[in-house]
Write a protein that binds this ligand. Structure first.
Ligand code: NDP
Ligand code: A1CAB
Length: 273
């Protein structure tokens, strides 16, 4: 069993650890570095993992080190981690938005590194992760990285690293877009006089139903959309309204903004050093 160390025990680390434990990985093969004592206690109690206040202690025996801290924290880890990483030579897996493979190599050394982008539905095993590896990652290590992320959902390898910022803009941030649409549907129904609880139940279940049809039916979204759309019916009226407001352009602009923000976060890290 490979030993996996998580640096940062926040939301995303917790969901990955939970997913791994559910797939049968023993808690004794996982260690976590987390500054907050209450979070360390919770993680230890819930998953039986060893928790440390210092990153180098968590990584001491690790074959795989998952960097699960905020992007802005990442460079500050190098001082504490460099020595243990040089000794252990683990595979690094970074889940930080924006942070590029060349930056990770600069901070942490010439290691096998996988940059990936999961999303919060990982918490319920319904995540979507894009992964991208540097040339030092061997085929067994690629499989190992994929296995870790597949514990919480689907995985897709991304050949061109620049597209990792697109992954972030589509699936990393994407859950928030669907939550925003449900909020908007709810508000629209309330504005027409529907009780909020009813509106939320209807909008939420519709989101779930549409998502399940997308994943289980195997049809393209356009085909599923057409099946709802009776000629000259209610759906057509709503879709015409969306088209009038140029929904595709609105979505493309939002995705471009998120992509640019990922690139900018990495550029800011370059400047801060
Ligand atoms: N949230 C999301 O939807 C997604 C997030 N990501 C990426 O995942 C990463 C983590 O995000 P998320 O889990 O949401 O963030 P959290 O803030 O929940 O988790 C980060 C954790 O790291 C801890 N931490 C801070 N400094 C250190 C340190 N020096 N050593 C060890 N741990 C430290 C923080 O402690 P403290 O709170 O005390 O500072 C916190 O518990 C980010 O890089 C983000 O870009 C990727 C995909 C989706
Ligand atoms: O908003 C963010 O920056 C992070 C990355 C993807 C989801 N949340």
């Amino acid at each position: 069993m490979p030993h996996i160390a998580f640096i940062g025990g926040g939301n995303m680390a917790r969901s990955l650890i939970g997913g791994l434990i559910k797939t049968g990985v023993a808690g004794s093969t996982i260690s976590v570095a987390e500054p907050r004592a209450d979070a360390r206690q919770d993680l230890g109690r819930e998953f039986g993992v060893a928790c440390y206040a210092e990153s180098h202690l968590a990584a001491a025996n690790a074959d795989v080190v998952v960097l699960a801290v905020k992007p802005q924290i990442m460079p500050s880890l190098q001082k504490e981690m460099r020595e243990v990483l040089a000794r252990q030579h683990p595979m690094l897996i970074s889940i930080a938005a924006g942070v590029r493979l060349d930056q990770l190599e600069r901070w942490f050394g010439a290691l096998p590194i996988v940059r990936c982008m999961p999303n919060t539905p990982a918490l319920i095993g319904a995540g979507a992760t894009g992964l991208c590896a540097n040339a030092r990652v061997s085929p067994p290590q690629r499989a190992q990285a994929q296995h870790i992320l597949a514990a919480v959902g689907i995985t897709q390898w991304i050949a061109e690293e620049r597209l990792m910022d697109t992954v972030t803009a589509i699936s990393g941030s994407g859950p928030a877009y669907f939550f925003a649409i449900v909020e908007a549907l709810e508000d629209a129904a309330v504005a027409q006089g529907m009780p909020r609880a009813t509106a939320r139940a209807l909008a939420t279940q519709t989101c779930l139903g549409a998502g399940r049809m997308l994943t289980e039916d195997g049809e393209a979204p356009g085909v599923l959309r057409q099946r709802v759309t009776s000629p000259n019916g209610t759906t057509q009226a709503a879709l015409d309204s969306f088209a009038g407001d140029d929904l595709h352009r609105i979505v493309a602009r939002a995705v471009a903004a998120a992509t640019r923000r990922g690139e900018q976060m990495a550029a800011d890290l370059d400047k801060s050093l």
